[in-house]
Design a protein around this ligand. Sequence first.
Ligand SMILES: *[C@@H]1O[C@H](CO)[C@@H](O)[C@H](O)[C@H]1NC(C)=O
Ligand SMILES: *[C@@H]1O[C@H](CO)[C@@H](O)[C@H](O)[C@H]1NC(C)=O
Ligand SMILES: *[C@@H]1O[C@H](CO)[C@@H](O)[C@H](O)[C@H]1NC(C)=O
Ligand SMILES: *[C@@H]1O[C@H](CO)[C@@H](O)[C@H](O)[C@H]1NC(C)=O
Ligand SMILES: *[C@@H]1O[C@H](CO)[C@@H](O)[C@H](O)[C@H]1NC(C)=O
Ligand SMILES: *[C@@H]1O[C@H](CO)[C@@H](O)[C@H](O)[C@H]1NC(C)=O
Length: 666
Amino acid sequence: MASLRLNFSMLWLLVVLTVHVTEAVRKTKLIGDEAAYESKDNMVSLRSHKSSTAAGPEPGDQAEAFTVRTLDGEFTYQPGALRGPLIIHAFTNKSGFLECLWSSESSLTSLVQDLPDSTHVLFLSLDDSAVSDALWMREQLQRVAMHSKKEVLSRLHFSPMPVFTLGNWIPLVLYYWGCSSRLAQAVFTSEGWHMPVVIKRLDARYDWLGTRWGQRSYQLMDAGDGCEPSASLAGAVAWVSEGNCSFFTKVQNMAKSNASGVLVYALPGNPIQDMNCVGDECNTALSIPASMVHTEPSVTQGLQSGQLLYVSFQYSPSPSAFFCIDHQGALAEMGGFLYPSFSFVSWQAQWFDFYADLQSKIQNPAKVVSVFDKVNMQGEKGAVATVDLPLGLSDFNVLELDASLSCPGKRDMSCAHWDHTVQLFICCDQVGPYCNAELGRWITAFRRGIGRWLTDVSPLLPLLDGKRCTLTMKTVPWAMPWITSLNLRFSIGNGTADGAELLHPFRVMQLYSGGTFDKNYNKRYQPITFSVPASAKKVELYAVITAHGSDDNNCGEFCVTSHHFQFNKVFNNTLVFDSAGTPLGCTKWVKKGAVPNEYGTWLYGRAGWCDGLQVDPWRIDITKQLNMSASESNTVVYFGLFDGHDPNPSKDPGYIIMSSFLIFYK
Ligand SMILES: *[C@@H]1O[C@H](CO)[C@@H](O)[C@H](O)[C@H]1NC(C)=O
Ligand SMILES: *[C@@H]1O[C@H](CO)[C@@H](O)[C@H](O)[C@H]1NC(C)=O
Ligand SMILES: *[C@@H]1O[C@H](CO)[C@@H](O)[C@H](O)[C@H]1NC(C)=O
Ligand SMILES: *[C@@H]1O[C@H](CO)[C@@H](O)[C@H](O)[C@H]1NC(C)=O
Ligand SMILES: *[C@@H]1O[C@H](CO)[C@@H](O)[C@H](O)[C@H]1NC(C)=O
Ligand SMILES: *[C@@H]1O[C@H](CO)[C@@H](O)[C@H](O)[C@H]1NC(C)=O
């Protein structure tokens, strides 16, 4: 009872915490300016991008050896010498984003605490101030590491040499890969000035204020600390000091005062911060843009003396701030940072560890059947292959899907923009009750082409009962192309940890599939009566369930749903998607293969899935819940609930994708 009550209060907390996330998701699931629509134009431009001749190293190319001076002596990279990955970061204080990344305690802490033990980081500066930058960067991390995790410092290397003096290939990668990197700036002008004043800015957190600055020029008006509404700001950008009240209060007051946007300036000596809402504030949607900047004497003086000042907003291209060398010595991209935090570095490094582990698992002995080898998956047809299964498959009791999804080009920017469900269907010998059953499911990443996953689908081995099997992998027909590879890996497992004998799945029975998650959802499911085959020693429930869509409760993608299989009217087996809608629910899956640093809201928890990840089957041994004698019968029924009740959305119901089976072992 106690634990039940605890669960309810935790759920309640979760709902409170998630309102903000789910509200914002509908507006900004996709991040990045070019990320717009999956049009034909897009695909054409991607193809031409692909065929252009190489002008420098690309992701996947092997990194060559180099040596750079560091504050402690020198750092040498020798292919094969490091056991783990190397992250290379080029700092510039011309970026408000990087200034904040390096000033925020939580950002620095996430590097110190969460960087895997395998990983080294080399810190560089793009500017003439490289010596003081390197000393400052080291000081920032030393301060945080001293009282928590000193050990990490031995894997952090700081170079006092500006990037343009390195004389090796590193600058080429930083500049050549920089095509999507840019500095966000505010530009001030006034009639009396000869030159505009251009300063760095950091826009408010992506999922708090979705609204972006327009292309035009705005009048700038002083509004004090912004803690009270102002009278007459109609259409202007409010110039507001930090402090005295929250960022939310300032932006809300300025919106009430009819400002077009807000510039919050840091008090002298303070860094630019990542402006965000806190707690309950996040339940109120605000619809004007806001950015943080440093204060600027000419702007302050101009406003004080009653000069007319104008501000506009621009981006300037800049070199890449990050790239990586993975465990195998290959160059790799870092992906996108949704907000200024070293968490994104730690996540990418965690993924490299996952990938190295996956590569070693793939070396384990197995009978490998290649299905797709870099095949284009697109349109109604998807990717289709017919394979001849080798003889003797009945000796194996383990079947793993080794699947990967990459992009038409080598860079992430050539990847499909949206997260879509990918399903693999199988049909052996063109007949049989199992034809076109679902063998595997994945969700595509937002514009990252690094995903590779090993999924254990051993219970579905009976679906491969035949000589020739046709496998079809598809996503929605309107998605941009993915390049898919798939191997079936057959092997012999070791049995359970307690030394139980090895059992083979010999028959599967299809149960229920999903559907529209509306008030009639559960009315569609009738009990199924079945008997256990005579030779069966064990019965398992196997289900792959994901929830999608967005009704008025954010169901199914971002709401907590529960899925129940009840046997013989008394035994409930329940799967709850309790991390759906949490702000960071999918980040904890990076270590298990979720693609990090995607160009979209990959980090929110979702209902049974994450972007850039396989959907793991839910498996429960139900032998003890059944009457195992072949002459007796059993019943099973499924139902799915939202918040403990039948779903009852008032608009746009979501939907459940489900395949579920009983697996009989002997
Ligand atoms: C970065 O620039 C800001 C002003 O733009 C300044 O206050 C800060 O001290 C600089 N930081 C470093 C490390 O140079
Ligand atoms: C904060 O409030 C105090 C008291 O009203 C005021 O004197 C001060 O100027 C305010 N701070 C800023 C940065 O506006
Ligand atoms: C803001 O604009 C609305 C609509 O034009 C107007 O009714 C309101 O009085 C304005 N508020 C302020 C503070 O200027
Ligand atoms: C089985 O056991 C061997 C030896 O302990 C081990 O090397 C292997 O990885 C195990 N295989 C599986 C699939 O667990
Ligand atoms: C199983 O779930 C049903 C429906 O929620 C409920 O009526 C029943 O009491 C549950 N049984 C057990 C044993 O928990
Ligand atoms: C089948 O098993 C259920 C649950 O253990 C039990 O309640 C029921 O009586 C059994 N039915 C038969 C026919 O044995």
